[in-house]
Write a protein that binds this ligand. Sequence first.
Ligand SMILES: Cc1cc2nc3c(=O)[nH]c(=O)nc-3n(C[C@H](O)[C@H](O)[C@H](O)COP(=O)(O)O)c2cc1C
Length: 210
Amino acid sequence: MASPMDFLKACENRRTIYQLTDKIPISDARVEEIAKHNILHVPSSFNSQSTRIVVLLNEEHKKFWEITKECLKPQVPEEQFPQTEKKLDGFKAGHGTILFLNDPNPVKKLQSQFALYAQHFPGWATQSNAMAQYHLWTALEAEGCACNLQHYNPIVDQRVAGEWNFPQEWELQAQLVFGGYAEGAREAVEKGGKQQQPIEERLFIHGSKA
Ligand SMILES: Cc1cc2nc3c(=O)[nH]c(=O)nc-3n(C[C@H](O)[C@H](O)[C@H](O)COP(=O)(O)O)c2cc1C
């Protein structure tokens, strides 16, 4: 079994990397294996398993970013669009995009089964979805990929449901973009360090016998 430090190191290694290439150090089969691990092992409230994951690779990934451009074009002022397009092309330069969605049906079922907790289930589904995002982000970076997390929902929701044939009612929560590191991309984030607010204002421990 891997040591607990491996997990902590992987968490530490996870960063937001925008400069991506389409060459990743692992196979698409390995990406699929990690996505399966995610769907099987990330917890959900009452084991509701409400998260849905759609993995888009290679040409399908590129198509997602073209669709995003098409959806954004009518919404962004014309003079700003070249800038937006440049940003989206940066994501498109990667290898894959993972869509994280919530299926509302398991949530509704739990709400009718457990009326006492009804108001909490949507929030718990969102929390579980976020755990899935963090799992894949950290796991892919541990495998040597570079990632960033985006939110072009709900602008693209309808188009992507039609394009990749999943129910319109699934709610898109986030998009994890991944690829290889463009030259100098890792060094640049490490040089910048991590901007941290004071730990003592954010972490409180009581009763430690350390
Ligand atoms: C819930 C959540 C939402 C985020 N949304 C975006 C986003 O829409 N676009 C983006 O570029 N980064 C997004 N980020 C990335 C954060 O800006 C980034 O994680 C944070 O600045 C810390 O930097 P690091 O990831 O390098 O540690 C998001 C992160 C989280 C946890």
